[in-house]
Design a protein around this ligand. Sequence first.
Ligand code: ARG
Length: 581
Amino acid sequence: MNHKINILESKIKKILNEIGYDISEVTINPSNRPDLGDYQYNGAMQLAKIYHDNPMNIAQRIVDNLKDFEEFKSIDIAAPGFINFIFSDTFLIDFANYSLENIKSNYDLGINKTIFLDYGGPNVAKILHVGHLRSANIGQALNNLCKAVGAKTISDVHLGDWGRPMGLVIQEIKTRYPDLPYFKTNYNGEEVKFTLTNEDLIEIYPTATIKAKENESIMEEARKINYELQNKHKGYYALWQKIVEISKNEIKKIYKDLNVNFDLWEGESDNFEYMDELFEYLYAKNIIKESNGAKVIEVKDEKDKLEIPPLILIKSNNAVSYEATDMAAIWERVKKYNPDEIWYIVDKRQELHFTQVFRAASKSQITNESTKLIFNGFGTMNGKDGKPFKTRDGGVMPLSELIANVTEVCEKRLIENITTKRQEIAKTIAIGAIKYADLLPYRTTDYNFDIEKFTDLNGKTGTYLLYSCVRMNSLLKKANEQNIKFNRISVLTTDNERKIIISMLDLKRIIKKSYENFSLNEICEYLYKITNLYNNFYAENKVLIEENQDIKTSWLSLTKLIYDNNVYLLKILGINIPEKM
Ligand code: ARG
């Protein structure tokens, strides 16, 4: 927990207290003017207000008392009272060597919480398309980040496997294959030989939807089937289980490609098991109202600028709503896991839904007072033209197709002499390019997906980062092949080395910011920055032919520090590094 910067801050605080300034916290930050210092302290201006003194005087007093700190090479004051520190080489070297041995020390924030993350949210019998990309990427990266900062996490895919779409699909299958045993009154749960594929399902669902829209009696039939399914009609239930299994297998394959995984593969159907209990509780709380034939919970607040409509639990046609499912999900999660926080990584256009659900949950006290429900909405990924991302023939772009397209571009860009595992390497790079591009914009920002730009080797891209890492790794491998032993930095010779380590010093602050904002863009920017700094160093110094052994082993150790740390950061983002590029 005790980061070098935090230790230094406490030391400065102690000095300030000793010279008579009653101050509870000191923070020093990377300098806005790197030409003047590495880090700066801006507290003299505030102290000046509190103690009715001139900030320059205060800064001078502070500097006089920090003079002997071995952490600093020099300390200066800039008007109107900024204190600029230049770190001593020993301080930087000690920090770098400690980090080399303890990469995780730059991440562990001592967060002692259980965080439940709800992301992915794919729907059974529907295509997993580009609209599902960000939930999976952002959700998984936040999950990894939570673990890195010390939290315990539980992740749930929250499959959309319940409700009218299921009725529609079953009704269409029944029309096509009326003789299947599932539809016989004497069906008793036995295995049915009936081949159904994911391709079938994604064709059946839209067909069924169109038919039902055009024909009310089909819609009515689908509703009826759905109702019976929810009451565990033997045949419908067995067929539904088959449908879910097929979809799940397909979804799992794509998530595996994206390095996305879940502790729980629960669906809305699992939450539904808790519906009776939940309603009994809500009725006992006397919180449910009748409104135009629907059952609702009032959630508006006097302070609302926009009117928040009541949350509908049961619609006027008696169907259980999406809102009710999410209420039941909270009920189940609190009961089983009692998390400190539940994070939802869902399209920002669902914000109203979650506002209603969170208010109803707190009003009805289905959460403990300390349970925090947090909506982490995200913006849309559009095509290059800013319009919804489409396939060449104008349909929604399946995620599998997006991955294949980007892989194809990456494969073309790979150098010719990579012949073995070419496809696998291209795919790893493609996933890195997709994920980095997706995590780089601030979470709620919409962005345009541009395949050429995002796979470019030069620029703020995943490809650039991966290439740089592969190069660092190959340098380290060559050093090992030459039997060079290196495990610590002993000297700093160039300005770029200092810049790299100073940037490493800032990592913990970046991690904290990222965790507090539930966003990965800070980490993405940081990776780009430190990789650039390293590449400047790399271009400037010929590491392996350096004759001074101390310098050479220091450079290799620095390379290892940045490589290991980049690997760790990329892992948080869910990005793997290819063997070669
Ligand atoms: N399946 C939903 C959809 O496609 C997303 C689920 C989000 N999570 C939740 N707990 N509601 O819109």
